[in-house]
Design a protein around this ligand. Structure first.
Ligand code: SF4
Length: 73
């Protein structure tokens, strides 16, 4: 089974916190700048929907989700 891989671009993050609110098991914000912290780059299956949602709600496009196809390409 292929595992989706998350990455975040802290240069783009504006600290809106939508990701941490949407998927608190996967994202947090650092206490100083409020920028995103990735807690789990390869979340387990129950968290995939929340991960996709977080990509969608991030206003700055700082979250990338790589979902390998079934063939693992
Ligand atoms: S939702 Fe996007 S901009 Fe907001 S903290 Fe998360 S990564 Fe940063």
């Amino acid at each position: 089974m292929s595992t989706p891989h998350l990455s975040v671009d802290r240069e783009r993050c504006i600290g809106a916190g939508m990701c941490a609110m949407t998927a608190p098991d996967i994202f947090d914000q650092d206490p100083d700048e409020g920028l995103v912290l990735l807690l789990d780059a390869e979340p387990s299956a129950p968290h995939h929907a929340a991960a996709r949602l977080a990509v969608g709600v991030c206003p700055s496009g700082a979250i990338t989700l790589d979902e390998p196809g079934p063939g693992g390409s």
